[in-house]
Design a protein around this ligand. Structure first.
Ligand code: SAJ
Length: 438
């Protein structure tokens, strides 16, 4: 049974007159704002980054998965406007918070962006508003950190305003699963909070899955990502084991994948990149520790995954050794600096760790990545070099760290002296003598 505020808000949602704000216009917030705008709502994007605000207002996309035509169409119809001014929250009915949740240098959760956004929302909180947190965070954030901030206003959750958590499930570079067709998990502080948020999401998402609380929704996201980091760690550990046993782990995984039930392939790699999988599990292990619970799986998986760049450097040493060379003084070409194939994001990329280790050991490291034209190594700006036969043949070792589909792996191996392949990108090639796989 909805309260008067709830009834009024439900009406505005179903007739699309509700004004929606998305706080944080990054790889989660901008695609979400577009999807909400496309379903007929007017969307006010808020971001502290003036450059992002200007680009959005000029219809320019800075997120590879966001189609520029779609963005500019919404902007030209005034369905999407960006600003850095939180005051607009006064006239907004629904607020979705999609701000970063990184780690501090101490490897502890940094929810300062969430806290900052929540205090701005609290300043302008009014009757009939729905607030939804989408940022990945530890269980209890919505209920124990955001709710008290909002209730300072003497407005009552579940009666005057509504508060829910719904984890983002954006998979960067994934063309098949979009915001619209990826089921959305959702938990509210009260049943009415859940009900109203469900009605909102159902306006532009095919399937909404409600759970019993905000903590369950927060935990669901962490389970999804810890499932990946632990299974990737298992694949990585088995890769090291198979290396010792002289078994090709890639063939083994391919064979296991023929099992039509009860198995899901994960693959070894140069390490765990991206700003989610390496980070989200630490949010949970940190929270669990405050309850005196130590998660062995999460910590061990992190240890195994963090070791992979060192293992790759060892394979590079083996490759150079074949030509009686050592790392010190060798020229090494890194192909694919991004954290995974066909994206340009280099955050937490294991290729950066590999470069750091190689340079410390005296190697001259150059790179090519069509998705990442320039990176900073230390305080130096380093550019991606054009990939040609010269660049390949001059390198003492070529290392494939992100298996971009745009690379011609046959041509690369033909022109390279030796190749260390960390992604099985060369699996269909015959000249195995020039290829060392992890
Ligand atoms: N990786 C492996 N072996 C694998 C799979 C991945 O080494 O078998 C590596 C990748 O190369 C990458 C890292 O792990 O460096 C993370 O890759 P990812 O695709 O799991 O992670 P993200 O951050 O690109 O996207 C994930 C989403 N991916 C999938 O579900 C396939 C999803 O977990 C989340 O929606 C998203 O993180 C997020 O925002 O949390």
């Amino acid at each position: 049974m909805l309260s008067p505020s709830g009834k009024e808000l439900k009406e505005k949602i179903t007739n699309k007159t509700a004004k929606v704000s998305v706080i944080g216009l990054g790889y989660v917030g901008l695609p979400l704002a577009i999807e909400i705008g496309k379903s007929g709502f007017s969307v006010l994007g808020i971001d502290v980054d003036k450059e992002k605000v200007d680009k959005v207002n000029n219809g320019r996309s800075y997120i590879p998965d966001v189609d520029e035509d779609e963005l500019s169409r919404l902007v030209s119809k005034n369905k999407l406007v960006a600003t850095s001014d939180y005051k607009i929250l006064k006239e907004v009915d629904i607020v979705s918070i999609c701000v970063p949740t990184p780690l501090r240098k101490t490897r502890e959760p940094d929810i300062s962006y969430i806290v900052a956004a929540a205090s701005e929302v609290a300043k302008y909180l009014h009757r009939g508003q729905l607030i939804i947190l989408e940022s990945t965070t530890f269980p209890g954030t919505t209920k124990d950190i955001i709710l008290p901030e909002l209730e300072k206003n003497s407005l009552k959750v579940g009666r005057d305003f509504f508060l829910s958590f719904s984890p983002e499930r954006v998979d960067p570079g994934n063309k098949k699963y979009t915001i619209r067709n990826t089921p959305k998990v959702l938990g509210g502080i009260t049943p009415e909070c859940t009900e109203i948020a469900k009605i909102f999401y159902e306006q532009f998402i095919e399937k909404v899955v409600t759970v019993g609380s905000t903590q369950e929704a927060e935990m669901t996201k962490l389970l999804e990502n810890i499932f990946r980091s632990v299974n990737i760690a298992l694949a990585n550990e088995l890769a090291l084991m198979c290396d010792r046993l002289g078994i090709d782990i890639w063939n083994v995984i391919e064979a296991a994948t023929t099992k039509p039930f009860g198995f899901m392939p994960f693959y070894p790699g140069p390490g765990l990149g991206g700003h989610c999988i390496p980070i989200d599990p630490v949010y949970l292990s940190w929270k669990a520790k405050t309850y005196g619970f130590y998660s062995k799986f999460i910590e061990f998986a992190e240890e195994v995954n963090k070791n992979m760049p060192h293992y790759v450097v060892r394979k590079i040493t083996d490759a150079l050794n074949i030509h009686k060379k050592c790392i010190n003084g060798s020229k090494i070409l890194i192909l694919g600096i991004a954290y995974k194939e066909n994206v340009g994001d280099i955050r937490e990329s294991p290729a950066l760790d590999i470069i750091e280790i190689l340079r410390r050991q005296g190697a001259e490291v150059i790179y090519n990545d069509p998705y990442a034209p320039q990176i900073k190594i230390g305080d130096k700006k380093v550019r991606s070099l054009p990939l040609n036969e010269n660049l390949l043949s001059q390198a003492d070792c070529v290392v494939i760290t992100a298996a971009h589909s745009s690379y011609d792996y046959r041509w690369i191996v033909e022109n390279a002296r030796i190749v260390v392949d960390t992604r099985n990108a060369t699996k269909n090639l015959s000249n195995k003598e020039k290829i060392i796989k992890i």
